[in-house]
Design a protein around this ligand. Structure first.
Ligand code: CA2
Length: 143
């Protein structure tokens, strides 16, 4: 099984500011946890981050026929991107949306998630552990 883990804008800046919202872990910790969880579950993993919406769309499209699951934190594009929603729908790969913070308790503009409309599950407010939970969910479902 191969899982693609995608991260949107500013996720690479984690740990630098706003620890009260995002916790103290940085992007390297996130990648380490993702790789460790993948190894434990016996799945192949590719963990990517970009600040560009189109790149996320390209990576989702490229997963077609190559990946069996997608874990995605579209970051701010969560709340704006119909292009990412359409790409997830187009490939039809089982996807789980992850948010480090609990977006349901934040600003009104964060209350819509387009990506969630194409995801089987949304995990939020669990810090970077949400990624581990998402990988475990997809790996167990695939078995
Ligand atoms: O909680 C999440 O995982 C988010 O997807 C993170 C995004 C935010 O736009 C979403 O609403 C929720 C932000 C990514 C990280 O942004 C930083 C902000 C300040 C300091 C470091 C990173």
């Amino acid at each position: 099984m191969k899982i693609l883990v995608l991260n949107g804008p500013n996720i690479n800046m984690l740990g630098i500011r706003e620890p009260g919202i995002y916790g103290g872990d940085n992007y390297r910790d996130l990648v380490r946890l993702v790789k460790q969880t993948a190894e434990e579950m016996g799945v192949e993993i590719d963990c990517l981050q970009t600040n560009y919406e189109g790149k996320l769309v390209d990576w989702i499209q490229r997963a077609y026929g190559r990946c069996d699951g997608i874990v995605i934190n579209p970051a701010a594009y969560t709340h704006t991107s119909i292009a990412i929603l359409d790409a997830l729908k187009a490939v039809g790969i089982p996807a789980v949306e992850v948010h480090i913070s609990d977006v349901s308790k934040r600003e009104p503009f964060r209350q819509i998630s387009y990506a969630s409309m194409a995801c089987e599950k949304t995990i939020m407010g669990k810090g970077i552990q949400g990624y581990a939970e998402a990988i475990r969910y997809l790996a167990e479902k695939y078995r």
